[in-house]
Write a protein that binds this ligand. Structure first.
Ligand code: 2BA
Length: 109
């Protein structure tokens, strides 16, 4: 058994979770925060058999879009918050950051 953990944009989370659920996968959704942008994102956990991992990843891929996000460029501002806000940095986020972990033991009690 494997655990797929995927960090996705909040905007993509409903389509991804709906599709996984309709396809028969169990999903847990966690509210998370990216360390770089300090903005909210969504982490989903899907426990599944090893042979279904690629199906989960393809399903996530099909629903997650890359998008641009702006962050205040505090270094360029020299501490002047207003100036920094005028020159935001743009970073490309997503579609998804995916980790696949081995599950040592799984049971439902
Ligand atoms: P954040 O840490 O908020 O990062 C958002 C986006 O900012 C990243 O998108 C990347 O494009 C950019 N970025 C991150 N660190 C950077 C840096 N040191 N310099 C320049 N740009 C940087 P993604 O790579 O798509 O990551 C989206 C979110 O996935 C991340 O949000 C974080 O929550 C998670 N993530 C990404 N890589 C991870 C990893 N190795 N371990 C754990 N979580 C990770």
């Amino acid at each position: 058994m494997k655990l797929v953990m995927a960090i996705i944009s909040d905007e993509d989370s409903n389509p991804v979770i709906s599709e996984l659920g309709q396809t028969g996968f169990g999903v847990t959704r966690l509210c998370s925060t990216g360390g770089f942008l300090r903005a909210g994102n969504t982490t989903i956990m899907v426990g599944t058999d090893e042979e279904k991992v690629s199906e989960v990843i393809e399903l996530i891929r099909s629903k997650c879009k890359t998008r641009k996000k702006a962050m205040p460029n505090l270094e360029m501002s020299g501490g002047m918050g207003v100036m920094g806000a005028a020159f935001p940095l743009e970073v490309t986020v997503g579609g998804a950051t995916v980790f696949v972990l081995d599950v040592e033991h799984f049971e439902k009690l």
